[in-house]
Write a protein that binds this ligand. Structure first.
Ligand code: SAH
Length: 224
């Protein structure tokens, strides 16, 4: 029936519009500072929901969700470790482990979320054992964000980073920059074509100078 056809057409147009908005918001998040991102989501809460729906659909296409790797990692370690999840999204991590998990994001997708910019989290210095960034190193002020993770981590604490593989231009320079920020490489899994999984230990405070090699490319999704 024609009405069926036009309904289908309309649904297709709507899906395309949502996907375009997702790509636009995504690009803004990767090309602005975390403070600007916070402002964007505060002024337009709908943008956040569109972003999250689009994000979830992207990750579903991957053979493996990096978050599951981090869950598995935490389950092998003592449940007494305190965790901070930077850019927690829907708090799947907190809901999957027995540990105390502090969840930080710009907008609450779950009641567990503490709303804040991840460059400035309301935690005392040296208060957490494990800091997690799962597909969440988005702002252009990466150094400030990772310095904040360093601040809240206990000496020797663990930093877990899962990031889209194509964002890394040069892994060696990135690892050197991480060392400058006080993070010693413990292990790296570069085997997936989709994401890298990097584990660091806090070796000390950041050296306090700019680490230009820290750059990550924005993750821009293709039009589908
Ligand atoms: N870690 C989750 C979500 C990843 S999506 C998972 O793996 O499923 C990236 C998340 O980072 C989004 O929820 C986004 O809102 C959040 N985010 C981006 N910039 C942020 C900022 N400056 N402060 C706090 N959260 C931020």
């Amino acid at each position: 029936a024609p009405s069926g056809r036009s309904a289908a057409l309309r649904a297709r147009m709507e899906a395309r519009l949502l996907s375009a908005r997702f790509r636009y918001i995504n690009q803004q998040l990767y090309t602005s500072t975390s403070r600007e991102a916070a402002r964007l989501f505060r002024s337009d809460p709908e943008a956040f929901h569109i972003y999250h729906r689009g994000f979830a659909r992207q990750v579903e296409r991957w053979p493996q969700n990096p978050l599951h790797r981090i869950v598995r990692y935490l389950r092998r370690r003592p449940a007494s470790l305190v965790v901070a999840d930077f850019g927690c999204g829907d708090c799947t991590l907190a809901n999957s482990v027995r540990n105390k998990v502090h969840c930080f994001d710009l907008v609450p997708l779950s009641p567990l979320v503490t709303i804040c910019d991840m460059a400035k989290v309301p935690l005392a210095a040296e208060s957490v054992d494990v800091a997690v960034f799962c597909l969440a190193l988005m702002g252009t002020n990466l150094q400030e964000i990772l310095e904040e993770a360093n601040r809240v981590l206990k000496p020797g604490g663990t930093l877990m980073v899962a990031e889209v593989a194509s964002r890394f231009e040069d892994t060696r320079t990135f690892m050197n920059a991480m060392a400058q920020l006080g993070f010693k490489s413990v292990s790296k899994d570069l085997s997936s074509p989709f994401f890298y999984l990097l584990e660091f230990a806090k070796a000390g405070p950041p050296r306090g100078r700019p680490a230009p090699g820290l750059r990550l490319l924005p993750c821009l999704y293709k039009r589908r």
